[in-house]
Ligand binder design. Sequence first.
Ligand code: IMP
Length: 199
Amino acid sequence: MRLVFATNNDNKVREINHILGDNFSLLSLGDLGLNEDIPENEPTIEGNALHKARYIYNRLNIPVFADDTGLEIDALNGLPGVHSARFAGDTKDSAANIEKVLCMMKDAVNRSARFRTVIALIIDDNEFLFEGVVKGTIISEKRGKEGFGYDPVFVPEGQDRTFAEMLLGEKNQISHRAIAFEKLKTFLNNYPETYNKPG
Ligand code: IMP
């Protein structure tokens, strides 16, 4: 099945290609000659994922999915949430984002948080959402050099290391994104046979 992944991030495309396996031929926006950034101005993670998928589906009318992720911290009433990438400004600076979070949480007793990924899939004019959640704790100092974003301050539940102290392969076994994409894979593998037949 040919599928478009509505992202310009080639690392993500490679990672997801690996998860989805050989049954699917994944196309990135770059493969389609679409190099524009799709706006992400919706007020929710679900809204952003759906907006990106609809933006491409309305143009190309082929199966498409998009993902959006946020870190939701209980002591901050769910922030940074949908604002995770630009929490400290438009430069998307991870160090500044972490600094802002730690500063806002300096007196927080409740350190619980979760990463949440939502994938929006549009296929045959129908929309489907898949969610992956990893619960954890925000520690008060950065630890580890792997990963990206908020990884150095997030310790997943049941672990004693941050995501940034894990190798990529380890993180990918338990991550919010992996959970959501496994759900997408299961769905697509069971999608009506007729859809896969030519003509
Ligand atoms: P995106 O929707 O995947 O682009 O993620 C939005 C923002 O959430 C990123 O810019 C990061 O700041 C943060 N984020 C997403 N996934 C992760 C992760 O696995 N670890 C740490 N931060 C993440």
